[in-house]
Design a protein around this ligand. Structure first.
Ligand code: SAM
Length: 280
């Protein structure tokens, strides 16, 4: 008996032409296919002319329940494929818990890569793609949302966010509250579809645009990273050190406190405190 394999398969985010030949081959050879919605996946399967013997519904609510059944299939040597409604499974979609359970059980996991809206938007955004973070959907409300927004305000890397059209205005307003209206942002809308659009500007402009043109379709927001803090001068650091020492702090405590407060290296503050920077 061959060993069971779990295969995560990327599917199009809009344009069915983006399904890869390898995805078609793997789906055609699968004994079972876990998907979020059988009707939607059924349409994809009929488009590519593939029949899979068993479809398993795996969404956010059922993922934990279907894991045991999938492990049984793998134990029986089956090839179980996983797709989500669109893009890569596990990216703001079910799959992560299943992969953790299958890898803990020691089965082979393969991935057939396909499009993902986040990376597609990033590369077309014109914003730095060298370092980025994927945040998916922000928490909808409460302290979780407020905490995430204040983290994003300081995040230096480009940030990728998913958002529904009817929440776009609220999210842009909150991002302006956290990052200011001048922060650069881009969005990719309806990517790979008929009405695909890339828009680039500032958070302030984006909010104005929401008022002018009602948001419709699927969006990825690409937010520029936070700017570097203004350079702290040696003079500022010396003043802070003098103040700390005059209030009775030891040199060691004053150096630690000042370096933390200004976010600069302890070595630099220590050299200023001991005057050793003048000899360099
Ligand atoms: N697994 C998918 C992926 O790899 O991109 C993401 C699924 S998540 C449930 C759906 C969200 O992804 C949408 O609300 C939207 O923010 C984004 N998205 C998906 N397809 C998109 C598209 N064609 N254009 C823009 N954003 C898209």
């Amino acid at each position: 008996m061959s060993a069971g394999v779990l295969i995560l398969v990327g599917t199009p985010i809009g344009n069915l032409g983006d399904i890869s030949p390898r995805a078609i081959e793997v789906l055609g050879a699968a004994d079972a296919l876990a998907c979020e919605d059988t009707r939607r996946t059924g349409r994809l399967l009929s488009h590519i002319g593939v029949r899979v013997p068993v479809l398993i519904v795996m969404n956010d609510h059922t993922e934990s329940e279907v894991i045991t059944g999938i492990l049984d299939r793998l134990a029986a040597g089956q090839r179980v494929a996983v797709v989500s409604d669109a893009g890569m499974p596990g990216i703001s979609d079910p799959g992560e818990r299943l992969v953790a359970a299958v890898s803990a059980a020691g089965y082979v996991i393969e991935v057939v890569p396909g499009p993902s809206a986040a990376v597609t938007a990033l590369v077309g955004s014109g914003l730095p793609a060298g370092r980025f973070v994927f945040e998916g959907f922000l928490p909808r409300k409460g302290s979780g949302r407020a905490e995430r927004l204040s983290e994003l305000a300081l995040e230096r890397r480009t940030v990728l966010l998913y958002e529904a059209p009817h929440r776009l205005e609220r999210t842009l307003t909150d991002l302006i509250g956290a990052c200011g209206s001048d922060r650069r942002v881009a969005f990719g809308r309806e990517l790979t579809k008929l009405h695909e659009e890339f828009w680039r500007g500032t958070l302030g402009d984006a909010l104005k645009r929401c008022a002018d043109v009602e948001p419709r379709g699927e969006y990825v927001l690409v937010l520029d990273g936070a700017p570097l803090p203004a350079e702290v001068s040696d003079e500022q650091l010396r003043e802070a050190l003098t103040l700390a020492r005059s209030s009775g702090e030891s040199t060691r405590d004053a150096v630690a406190g000042v370096s933390e407060r200004f976010g600069v290296a302890k070595r630099r503050v220590y050299d200023l405190a001991t005057g050793s920077e003048t000899s360099k």
